[in-house]
Design a protein around this ligand. Sequence first.
Ligand SMILES: Nc1nc2c(c(=O)[nH]1)N[C@H]1C(S)=C(S)[C@@H](COP(=O)(O)O)O[C@H]1N2
Ligand SMILES: [Mo]
Length: 248
Amino acid sequence: MTLTRRTLLLGATATLTGCDRLVRNETFREALFSAENFHKWSQRHLMVRDAMAREFHPDQISPIFRANGTANPNTPAYKALWRSGFADWRLSVRGLVERPLSLSLAQLHAMPHREQITRHDCVEGWSAIGKWRGVPLRILLEGARLRSSARYIVFHCADTMGNGQPYYESIDLDDAFHPQTILAFALNDRPLSVANGAPLRARVERQLGYKQAKYLMGIEAVDTLSPIAGGKGGYWEDHAGYDWYAGI
Ligand SMILES: Nc1nc2c(c(=O)[nH]1)N[C@H]1C(S)=C(S)[C@@H](COP(=O)(O)O)O[C@H]1N2
Ligand SMILES: [Mo]
């Protein structure tokens, strides 16, 4: 809650006090941080959406980047991919794009990279600093020629949760095109481990841990989130009422 409020304080100075009071009201928060409303609200209040997340020095990297949530998808399909060293894994880029893509890990490795040392904050109350390397999401979206009707990017994951539904998450285009939003295949100069989301995971550095989707299988461009699973834009948004915009 404090974390989310801080995001609001980045912009909208004029409305600060009124806002601060309103955001304490649960109903208002629910409405504001839903996917549909957040975008309208942030534009109306000229929120600073292009700010960069803080980056750290190599000597600040945490000795251990703990794993949380799924630590191994353990499905027959994932196990088969893992056994082949993810040689048969493909990332699909689909939905509202003119040129759908199906990319191997080797193809992703051959694309331009970004490296960033950032802090991951989990709502459960722990943080870790790690060095990520991956392909900026912007490059994939430009390669697939995102259609102008697209408003969100959905991350589809390989792991199924307790209720048998796959983990998924979504972000809007401000975050999708942000320079620090990457699809990472390496953590601390090593290939991403299974525990941390092998072979590919999202890093959306201005948001909380649960937005950092692991075990990516596909990314889908959509104009609305309501037909997907519970309709709130993410597994925890659907099942635990977490904010869709989980700003730090
Ligand atoms: N596919 C998938 N992605 C996920 C999760 C998950 O259970 N499944 N957990 C989320 C949560 S709550 C956190 S804090 C981070 C944990 O990432 P880590 O395991 O690398 O620490 O992944 C996020 N992404
Ligand atoms: Mo988390």
